[in-house]
Design a protein around this ligand. Structure first.
Ligand code: XMP
Length: 493
């Protein structure tokens, strides 16, 4: 993975193929990133995706314009076969249905095919949704093959990498585990200690288990209760890590400290910063206590960084592309002169789950929906108080309990209840009351970069709504969010 502005002359190796990814810019806008034109002189297969397609069209004919309609979400792609042309033209869509669902997310589109290219796929809003050069393996597609909502995406990428670029498929998870354990042992050495924060999420738990396999009791996990975790979550995580996985775990109840600092704060980015900074302070105190106990400095910090974070950190950064500040423990590295170990940095979430299963982590935890570091605080729109946390937590617990009971937890990638900062009228026991509103959100995705809302049965929603209104004091209405991402992010804040 290299930044799109990489100069080919600076590479010390020759790629077998290049994929130009999507991006949020317009190729014709001032300051937008452009690929080195030398990529076209390498004589290797190139696939442009969305912005990548537009970049190819821009460099080879300037045929890109602002679309009259933005296109976000599902679209039906019509594949065009050309058996009379060179074999590589049809190779990209080999084995893919003529009419197939794809995910689109673009504003600009092609106004014409650049010279030498022919159409290999079209959609109602993008007549040049797929292009191939007639003579050389140069392709562009307007849709996103890398997201779950393009079911044929995996096949298309496999066609490109294996059939067209002749790469070998030789990576296995079993091999990854043994190599990664050896790599961790080599980095940490025979004496050093490592600390890591666990949240109960799959990433930190899998990273902790891998570290425990590599260095045993020289790994110390810390669970910080920030007061905005889910109902009963701390107890459950403690039981699993300590008893089931045998990991050294200290639990710190700092809920009071967090909630005091959050009092009066409504701005989501401020909430994130307060939680992130307080977390660092608490974690640092706990690490110092551990150091005192072991009489030996802790040298390394374990972090469950995944590949999407790595992508984000090396992406071209134009003006204001930070969508949300994500909570991370980076500050610890500077404050405590710790060195970082990131065993999951080459993996995506679905791969972390496979790894977790292979490492013997209970199913329940491996498949747990992701939960943001700032927790329920970014699901409470408005001020975060103990009372508000209590309402959001109880509603969330009921929603998740019913989802599990209905046997659909694994079909849904992430589900939660958010508490809205407005009141609406309700009639309860013949009395008119202004009570709060819960919004339910449930989405399907594998990469969390795009997401679709989950299509519940109406009876299910009715039942959950009844339970929440009856069992959670202070709530009189329940709404279900039917927004796709993009444009609606998964979280409300
Ligand atoms: P969005 O809301 O950006 O969420 O569509 C995508 C995924 O990221 C999670 N998320 C966060 N995780 N700290 C985290 O650790 C955060 O501040 C944060 N904000 C969003 C979100 O739950 C979803 O899985």
């Amino acid at each position: 993975m290299l930044p799109c502005t990489q100069k080919i002359a600076d590479l010390t190796w020759k790629p077998k193929a290049i994929i130009l990814s999507g991006g949020p810019y317009s190729v014709y806008a001032e300051g937008s990133p452009h690929a080195d034109p030398a990529i076209f002189d390498l004589g290797i297969p190139i696939l442009g995706i969305c912005y990548g397609l537009q970049e190819i069209a821009w460099q080879r004919g300037k045929n890109v314009t602002a679309g009259d309609k933005r296109e976000y979400g599902n679209s039906v792609l019509h594949v065009e076969r050309h058996s009379d042309k060179a074999a590589h033209v049809d190779a990209l869509f080999d084995g893919i249905d003529i009419d197939t669902n794809v995910w689109m997310s673009h504003g600009d589109k092609l106004s014409a095919a650049p010279p030498g290219f022919i159409t290999i796929a079209s959609s109602p809003n993008a007549p040049w949704a797929g292009l191939a050069h007639e003579d050389i393996p140069l392709y562009g597609i307007q849709f996103h093959p890398e997201v779950t909502h393009t079911p044929c995406g995996g096949k298309l990428l496999e066609n490109f990498a294996v059939k067209i670029a002749k790469c070998q498929q030789n990576w296995t998870m079993e091999e990854f585990i043994s190599k990664e354990i050896k790599r961790i042992q080599a980095i940490v050495g025979p004496d050093s200690h490592v600390i890591g924060a666990v949240s109960g999420g799959v990433d930190s738990t899998v990273a902790a288990k891998l570290m425990h396999e590599a260095i045993g009791d020289r790994f110390h996990a810390i669970l910080v209760d920030n007061g905005v975790m889910r109902l009963n979550e701390c107890e459950q995580v403690q039981a699993t890590l300590n008893q089931h996985l045998g990991i050294n775990l200290s639990v710190v109840d700092s809920s009071e400290e967090f909630l005091t600092k959050l009092s009066g704060v409504e701005d989501p980015e401020k909430k994130r910063k307060i939680i992130g900074n307080t977390f660092i302070e608490v974690f640092q105190r706990e690490a110092e206590k551990l150091t005192a106990v072991h009489g030996k400095a802790i040298d390394y910090l374990l972090q469950g960084t995944l590949y999407p974070d790595v992508i984000e950190s090396i992406s071209f950064k134009g003006p204001s592309q930070t969508i949300k500040t994500h909570h991370n423990v980076g500050g610890l590295l500077e404050n405590m002169s710790l060195k970082l170990v990131e065993p999951l940095r080459e993996l995506f979430k679905d791969e972390v789950r496979k790894l977790g299963t292979l490492l013997g982590i209970p199913e329940d935890l491996v498949w747990r929906h992701p939960f943001p570091g700032p927790g329920i605080a970014i699901r409470i729109l408005g001020e975060v108080t103990r009372e508000q946390v209590d309402i959001a937590r109880k509603a969330d617990f009921i929603f998740i309990e019913e989802i599990k009971r209905a046997g659909i937890y694994r079909e849904i990638s992430q589900a939660f209840a958010a508490l809205l900062p407005i009141r609406a009228v309700g009639v309860m026991g013949d009395q008119r009351r202004y009570d709060q509103i819960i919004a339910l959100r449930a989405v399907t995705t594998t990469d969390f970069m795009t997401a679709d809302w989950y299509d519940f049965d109406a009876k299910f929603l009715k039942h959950v709504s009844n339970r929440i209104v009856n069992e959670v004091d202070g709530v009189c209405r329940v709404l279900y969010d039917v927004s796709q991402k993009p444009p609606g992010t998964i979280e409300f804040l």
